[in-house]
Ligand binder design. Structure first.
Ligand SMILES: [Zn+2]
Length: 87
C-alpha cells in the first residue's frame, strides 16, 4: 500500500478492478476483483490514488461506507443494463 498523505483531504472509494489477464474467469464473468478500497487525493493539480484493500479504512465513517457501497451497486447495475451485443 502506498503512503497516504496526512495533510490532504482524502476521498475513499470502493471499486472493482480488472486484472487485464484474458484468461481470468473473475474478470470475464463479473465486474472484476474486489471490491477494494482506494484512496484519492489531490497533489497540486494531479489526482493521485492509493490502493488500500478489502479492509475498510478507519477514517471512513459509517455514512461514507454506506454511500460507497451504494455507488458500487449502482455501477454494477449499469453494467448489467448494457444490451447484449452492444460493443
Ligand atoms: Zn482478473
Amino acid at each position: 500500500m502506498s503512503k497516504l498523505p496526512t495533510d490532504q483531504h482524502i476521498t475513499y472509494q470502493l471499486q472493482y478492478r480488472k486484472c487485464g489477464k484474458p484468461t481470468c474467469g473473475t474478470c470475464k464473468n463479473g465486474p472484476g476483483h474486489g471490491p477494494y478500497w482506494y484512496a484519492y487525493w489531490r497533489e497540486g493539480t494531479k489526482l493521485r490514488s492509493g490502493y488500500i484493500g478489502k479492509t475498510q479504512p478507519t477514517a471512513v465513517s459509517a455514512t461514507n461506507a454506506e454511500r460507497a457501497t451504494q455507488r458500487l451497486a449502482a455501477q454494477a447495475q449499469r453494467r448489467v443494463a448494457v444490451p447484449v451485443g452492444a460493443h
